[in-house]
Design a protein around this ligand. Structure first.
Ligand code: FAD
Length: 245
């Protein structure tokens, strides 16, 4: 079988499990048989089911965006535990190093369309995962990128150090909004703005001729999309991924 693609399901084994912040854990998988994986396109997701005989989980498929630099050796997904959520809870509480999942080949159309254009990546909460993969890949070749991350506060702030390092090293604009800062979170030091991503900010700080890529909770995406449209951004330049199955 060609490694570029596999048919049906391929067994992947969990090789590492790392807490990212409150409620979010990253899971690292390699192929069970040692074969190469398919190098995904940044922004694509991995559909999979848990390898188990427990009928509760057996044939339940969920999809998670790949959150790492595209490569053929290891996949990383980063999962937020949803209250009462079947698979996210299983992954957090029951999937241990050495356990397997059965994955389909990475897929999805939420990928960078034009690498020459200025690009604005805007995430809310766990919606960061596909955009982070894009940031890793794009920042290796260009710096006309503005990365905008909206989260609640420092406890719910995934990949802060990683993104700050890339932004500093590659001279990439990075803006962080906290909607509900903790008493110890200092505006201007730990994050940039209190509140939500808003019209004044986008009007004054972002090139509106850019290509926009959005991922986050539906109300967040609706709000950001309507602001962009109000500001005259062409519909065709707004790309988004919804996390609802
Ligand atoms: C293309 C795509 C990419 C995705 N990438 C990621 C990712 O990178 N990281 C990640 O954590 N999740 C991601 N998701 C969401 C993920 O696939 C699951 O939907 C999520 O983990 C919930 O599954 P569950 O089995 O735990 O919950 P379920 O048992 O399916 O749902 C339990 C309850 O939670 C509610 N619920 C379901 N999903 C959500 C949600 N996202 N937010 C709030 N409530 C919800 C349901 O309405 C239901 O009431 C992605 C989804 C899609 C479609």
């Amino acid at each position: 079988m060609n490694n570029r693609n596999w048919d049906g399901f391929k067994e992947l084994v969990l090789v590492d499990k790392i807490e990212v912040c409150t409620d979010i854990i990253s899971f690292y998988f390699k192929s069970k048989d040692g074969s190469k994986l398919v190098k995904h396109k940044a922004g694509q997701f991995l559909p999979f089911k848990i390898k188990t005989n427990d009928p509760k989980y057996k044939d339940v498929i969920r999809t998670y965006s790949l959150s790492m630099f595209p490569n053929e050796d290891i996949y990383r997904i980063s999962v937020k535990k949803i209250n009462g959520g079947l698979i996210s809870t299983y992954l957090h509480e029951n999937l241990n190093i050495g356990d397997s999942i059965e994955a389909m080949v990475p897929t999805g159309l939420f990928t960078i369309k034009n690498k020459n254009n200025d690009t604005v990546l805007i995430s809310g909460g766990i919606g960061i995962t596909p955009l982070l993969s894009m940031l890793y890949e794009e920042s290796a070749i260009r710096n006309n990128i503005h990365f905008i991350q909206a989260v609640q506060n420092s406890k719910m702030h995934p990949f802060k150090d990683d993104i700050e390092n890339i932004a500093k090293l590659k001279n990439i604009e990075n803006t962080v909004f906290y909607s509900d800062p903790l008493s110890e979170d200092v505006e201007g030091v730990d994050y940039d703005y209190t509140g939500y991503v808003n019209k004044d900010f986008l009007k004054d700080n972002v090139n509106l001729n850019s290509d926009f890529y959005l991922c986050g909770p539906p109300p967040f995406m609706k709000a950001v999309e309507s602001i962009l449209l109000e500001l005259g951004v062409d519909n065709s330049k707004i790309n988004y991924e919804l996390f609802s199955n």
